[in-house]
Structure formats: C-alpha cells, structure tokens
Design a protein around this ligand. Structure first.
Ligand code: GLC
Length: 747
C-alpha cells in the first residue's frame, strides 16, 4: 500500500507543479526550422499567417459575392488558416494553392467548432458534465476528433471551459457548469480526447480552450456584456479550468468577447501575455473570437480597426479570426514604428510551431486521406453517444418509484409536448455536421424499446415560447385520454440556448405548464422528460408531476437513451453540474456560497436572506437520484493533523442497499473554517463515480494534496493556510452523508 501511495504522490506532485504536457512544444529542431523559415518570409507573408478567413463554397461559382477570393488570398500568402471550409474537395484545393502555388508553400490549418460531436451528435457539454464521467467525456471528444479529422479538419474551437453561475446566459450549455474543480477535470478530459496521444496523427485535432477569460460572468447574464469580477474571482473560479487544460497540453486558446477589469480580452495584455504566456509559460497560440479585434472599436478602446490591430498585437493575441484588422493594418503599423516586427515574428513562430506539431510540414494532405464513410456515425460511435446520453440524464424526482416503468402494464402510451415536433430540439447549438433526420426522437426511442405490441402515439400540444392554438392543445388532450401512460416532454426549443441566447425569464415558456396541469387532471400515470440546454424553473411540475428526468439536449441517440432510463435498462446516475435556481432573482447562484456576517438560519429578518423567496435553489449542485439507494459509512482520514505540504488520504464505504445495480457519484467537499480571506462554506475537492451491485459495498478513496487546500490570500499568493478544515462526503452538495475535521499546521 505504501508503494502505491508514494507512486500516486509522485504523480500528483508532477502533475501539479510542472507544465505537465505530453506534447513537445519545445523541440529544438522544429524551432531551428522555424528560424530559417522566418528569415525567408516577407512581412506580408508573416502577417498572412496571422489571418484566418472563413471558407466559401468553392464548388458553387459564388466567388463574385465573397468579400475576397480565398484561393487568390491563399496563393498570395495572405491567409494562414481557415474556419468552416466544409468539403474535403475545397480543403484540397486550398491546401494545394498554399503548398504548391504560394511563394513560401506554408500549409494551411482547417478549423471548425467541433464542440459536442461531428456527425455523431453527443449530448451538449453541460449534459455530459452531469455524467461526471471523465473517461466517457474523453471518448466523446476522441470520437468527435476521429470523425472531424476524417473530413480534413485539424483544429477545433473547443473545449469551452467558461464556468458560470448564471443560467440566463445561453452558453452555459457549452460548458461544464459552475464549479472550477469539476470544470478543470472535464477540461483535461476534453483536451486529451481531441488531441489524443500525438497531435501529428491524422485522427487527432488541435484543441482550442475558450473563451479566455471571464465570458461566463457577463453582467446580468446578458450575452456579450461587460464583466465586473475581481482578480480574486478570476483566479479562484475562472482561470483554473484554463490552467488545467494548458497543463494537459492544449495547443491553442481563444480570446473572449467580454472585458476584464475594463479591458476587452482580445486587447488584454494582462490576460494574454502576463498570465497566459508569461506566468503560465504557454507556448501555443492565441486566436481571437470572431471579429473580436474589430469589436475593440465598438467597445470604445480603439478609434478604428488600425488601432484595434495595434492593441491586439501588443496584448499578444496571435491570430485574427475574420476581422481583417491584422491583414489590413499590421504592415503599416510596423512601417510606422507602432509595432515591432519582432512581435509579429513571435506570433508567427507560435503558428508555425503548431503546424509542425500537427505534422503539416511533413505531409500537408495527411488529414485528407481518411474520408471513409464507415467512420461517421459508426455503430460504435452511436453506441457511445447513447451511453453518454444515458449517463448525462439527471433523475430529479421519482415519487413512489413510479420509474422504472413496467412495460407489461401499458398498452397505449402518449408522448405529449413540443420537443419531438422538431428533432433539432434534441441536437444542441453546436452539433457540427449532425443532421436532424439522423436523430432518434423520444417517441421513436420508446417505440424502439417497446416494439409493436404497445401503441406509442405523439402529440405536440403547444410550443416552448408562445401561446398556441386550442386545436393543437385539445387534440393532445384527446390523445392522452385514450392512453394509459403519459410521457410529457417539455423544455426549450433548439434556438433558446447557445450563443446569442440570453433569457431573463427561466420559467417554462408557452402553454407548457398549462399542458402539464391539464394532463395531470386526467388522473393517468404521468412522467415528465425535460429537454433543456440550461437550468429552467418549473415549480408546479416539480411539486405535482411524480417523476422528472432532466435529459438536457441528448444528441443522436436521444430517444433510445430516454427509453433506456424510463424502462429500467439503465439506472440513472447523473448529478447536476450547475444549480437550478428557485427564482431568477437569486442569480448568480451556486453552491459555493459564503457564510456572510449574518448567515441565514431560519430567522424572520436580520440575516442574509430575501423577504419573498428562499435562499435555497430549486435543485442543488451535485443533486441526482437513482433507482437504488446508497448508504455511506466508515469515513477515515489518514491523519488528524497534517503539515501544509502533506497529503491527506481519505476513505469511506458506500453500500448499495437498494434493488438495482447502480453508479454513485461520491463527492468530497472541504471547508476552510477560518482563513485570511472569506471562504465558501464548501468547495468540491474530489469525486469518484463508482459502480456498486445491489447488496454490495465499495471502499472509496480520495487523495487530498496541498493543491486542494490552497487559497488566494489577501496578497494574491496561492498558499495553504494553517488551521481547521471540515471534510464532507456527500451525494450532493446539500446531501452530506459523512463529516469529519482535520487540522493543518505549518510544516
Ligand atoms: C463564435 C463563438 C466561438 C466560436 C467562433 C467560431 O462567435 O463565440 O465560440 O468558436 O465564433 O465559430
């Protein structure tokens, strides 16, 4: 056991203390080759490498409409990478133009937002985060990379790692929720999945960690808005997943649209150079978000695009996505002495370094020879996305164990609600090449599960956003009256989450709640499947419908995964990665709340509370039910007192005392009781997902290294402070099962 602990300890120290990257960003041979290329490049050609254009469909003769002829631009060496060049043929045309007709013959990189799947659509990232299953999340990214690279893409603009406590912001669907620790582990898994073991393999793609930084904190949850977070908040909650992604070897980062401390991220020397490139020693490249350089003019920090180009370059932002500020003005800025050519060389070096690491100088066409239609949506890929969907769905309520459903009890099942009216509602905002017609609807999934012996009918009843006709509504009620089970499918329409999708009202839209009431009045067995890209508020349904499954937006195998859970072929195990507010007035809300000087303990006034709503959320971070029941016991800590450099070993026992085999996500929270700065009442510092057969038990072990006990003190030093700590083991952030304390003393 001792040897095992020592090995784990060495790994932990290695991982925490060094820029632990499995990719070699510091290859002397490559750097020497880059040196020689740079000496041969003209200033125009250097600037061209920093220009990213979007693809135009070369197969149609619409070139006259395009702002620029992308083939000509490529031959002239005025573009270094493209996003959204769709066909493989177009990529080949452009790559040939680059490596056969341009003067320097530098290969292009082709990028796309491969966020939750390519042609196989995975659950939205927030849904996958609810699985807390790092291996599964890594394989989801791996499969996305395998499929995307088979169509010639070598760079994805993912993972999005923006933590957020604000479900009004539509992009919470793209991230991993509110917690920096969970978000960091998931960021690592996604980068490893995309980049694989070797970036130069033609089935791995370059990851791009976004959006750097603070986008998830837009004021009032309003898209593209300013932020007002402190440096402490930035380091405590925003930066950890970025740093985790960098440590695991992510090769690129993307500027965010927001400002931080009064400076838009694209022009923030503090974020891009001081933190990312200097403090964290990042050797990859930084790309703007779409036209975010040009937006510096709208922000009012640049008087025109030329000044925007200057600010972005001085900040250290390397590639310009689609604003044309760099290609139009960097040369003049150099000739006028406003920008040193050396700073351009530094950015070009980063771009060329990644092109070498992708193997493009060895073979610019290496990503173009795997176009094999057995890869896209293979049986294996569909099976894994079905598993990902099942493991992402959170069982929020199961009164009297109405679930799992017993097939033999029903002859006529009605699936009712707006979700299945458009399969795009089951795909998600960044579903890549996913096609509507390939999505399994909830109705289809239930039919697949039950076969022809049971009638399964569907009625839309209403939509998710406006008052719809009585005829649509009444025909659904008529169908329900003829059924012996109602599966109510509610939530959001596909355009309600993702980018540019902030919403101030989180109660369900349209006549959805009215529909639930009308159906419940029929007195038939009824359960609800909630399909949303973000937390929504649905008190009446929570209080009155006996079972609720939060399915998120589940992707290709949506219906099959829902049916697996409803009919007991999979015991739900997911836990919420983001708080579901009781009321939008509570937002920003998270489990990471602090005591305050007047903690609320139930008194009527004089404490940190509202007059009109509770402090508690509708559902807390880490919440999720199972068909079985787990019992926790035997919490042991290796030491009662440890030094500030010591590691604490924690064990507990979890027994499955219910009637189903199942997985439990055991969560470990820490509280630093007295510190030099205010601390949350609890912080997630470990989790283990364990499968336990019914009637069996399992010992669950955690390692708490100094890293997990550190805080940013008043001087912004990241240190472990001596004192008392409370350690909690829970089935959610509220459902704490075991508790103990330990002390840290100065070493
Ligand atoms: C969008 C998004 C960003 C995406 C980029 C390219 O505006 O903010 O996440 O990668 O443009 O599509």
């Amino acid at each position: 056991m001792q040897l095992n602990k020592i090995f784990l300890l060495i790994l932990t120290l290695l991982f925490n203390e060094q820029i632990f990257s499995q990719y070699n960003f510091n290859n002397d041979e490559i750097e020497a080759q880059i040196d020689s290329i740079l000496t041969l490049m003209t200033l125009d050609e250097k600037i061209g490498q920093l220009n990213q254009l979007r693809g135009e469909n070369l197969q149609e003769n619409n070139q006259s409409e395009a702002k620029y002829n992308i083939i000509e631009e490529t031959v002239k060496g005025r573009v270094g990478s493209f996003l959204n060049v769709s066909s493989l043929e177009d990529k080949v045309i452009l790559q040939k133009a680059a490596v056969q007709k341009s003067r320097m013959k530098i290969p292009l990189i082709f990028a796309m937002d491969v966020v939750h799947g390519f042609e196989t659509t995975f659950p939205i990232p927030l849904g996958e985060a609810a699985s807390w299953d790092l291996e599964l999340i890594e394989s989801s990214a791996r499969i996305s990379a395998i499929e995307a690279s088979s169509l010639g893409y070598m760079w994805t603009f993912a993972p999005m790692v923006d933590v957020s406590r604000d479900p009004r912001w539509g992009r919470v669907m793209e991230g991993a929720g509110e917690d920096a620790f969970l978000g960091s582990r998931i960021a690592e898994a996604r980068v490893k999945g995309f980049q694989g073991k070797d970036l130069s393999l033609n089935n791995t793609i370059l990851a791009c960690v976004k959006h750097f930084a603070g986008y998830g904190q837009v004021l009032a949850g309003r898209e593209y808005n300013e932020t007002t977070i402190s440096k402490r908040y930035l380091y405590e909650y925003v930066l950890p997943p970025f740093k985790a992604a960098l440590k695991i070897g992510a090769g690129s980062f993307m500027n965010s649209f927001n400002d931080f401390d009064g400076v838009p991220a694209s022009a923030s020397k503090y974020l891009v150079t001081d933190v990312l490139k200097n403090e964290w020693r990042f050797n990859g490249l930084v790309i703007s978000d779409w036209d975010s350089f040009g937006e510096l003019v709208q922000w009012g920090v640049a008087k025109d695009d030329k000044e925007a180009a200057k600010l972005a370059m001085l900040a250290g932002s390397d590639i310009d996505m689609m604003s044309l500020c760099y290609i139009n003005y960097l040369k003049d800025l150099v000739l006028e002495g406003e920008i040193e050519e050396e700073s351009i060389d530094r950015s070009v070096r980063r771009v060329l370094r990644l092109k070498y690491m992708l193997g493009l100088f060895d073979d610019p066409f290496r990503y173009f020879n795997r176009n094999d239609n057995t890869i896209l949506r293979s049986e294996e890929h569909l099976s894994i996305t079905r598993d990902a969907a099942r493991k992402s769905m959170v069982l929020l309520k199961n009164e009297n164990n109405i679930l799992p459903l017993n097939k033999s009890k029903y002859k006529n099942i009605a699936v009712i609600g707006p979700i299945d009216s458009d399969k795009k509602n089951l795909m998600g905002a960044w579903s890549g090449w996913g096609k509507r017609e390939n999505i399994i609807s909830i109705t289809e999934g239930i039919r697949n599960k039950l076969g022809d012996s049971i009638n399964v009918h569907y009625a839309e009843a209403c939509n998710q956003w406006e008052y719809t006709s009585d005829s649509l509504f009444d025909s659904a009620i008529t169908l329900a009256k003829k059924s012996d089970l109602i599966i109510l499918t509610l939530g959001e329409v596909w355009w309600m989450t993702g980018e540019s999708a902030s919403r101030a009202e989180l109660n369900l839209g349209g006549r959805q709640t009215e529909l639930a009431k009308a159906l419940l009045d029929l007195g038939k067995p009824i359960i609800c499947v909630m399909v949303t890209g973000r937390p929504r508020i649905f008190h009446w349904i929570k209080d009155n419908i006996p079972a609720i499954l939060q399915a998120w937006i589940p992707g290709s195998e949506a219906g099959n995964a829902v049916a697996d859970i409803l009919f007991g072929d999979y015991n739900p195990s997911a836990k919420l990665p983001i708080t579901f507010p009781y009321h939008t007035g509570q937002i920003p809300i998270s489990y990471l709340g602090k005591s305050t000087g007047r903690p609320y303990t139930g008194q009527r006034f004089g404490a940190s509370q509202y007059q009109d709503i509770p402090n508690d959320p509708m559902y807390e971070f880490g919440f999720g039910l199972s068909y079985t029941e787990f019992h926790y016991s035997d919490l042991t800590l290796s030491n009662k007192t440890i030094g500030s450099n010591d590691t604490l070993y924690v064990k507990c026992k979890v027994a499955n005392i219910g009637n189903y085999d199942g997985e439990e996500i055991v969560q470990l929270y820490i509280r630093d009781v007295v510190a030099s700065v205010t601390r949350p009442l609890k912080e997630l510092k470990g989790f283990k997902k364990v499968f336990i057969s019914k009637g069996k038990s399992s010992t669950v072990e955690f390692i708490i290294s100094p890293e997990e006990l550190k805080l940013w003190n008043a001087d912004m030093k990241f240190i472990v402070e001596p004192g008392e700590f409370i350690l909690m083991i829970g089935s959610s952030s509220e459902d704490i099962k075991l508790k103990n304390k330990f002390f840290v003393k100065n070493n």
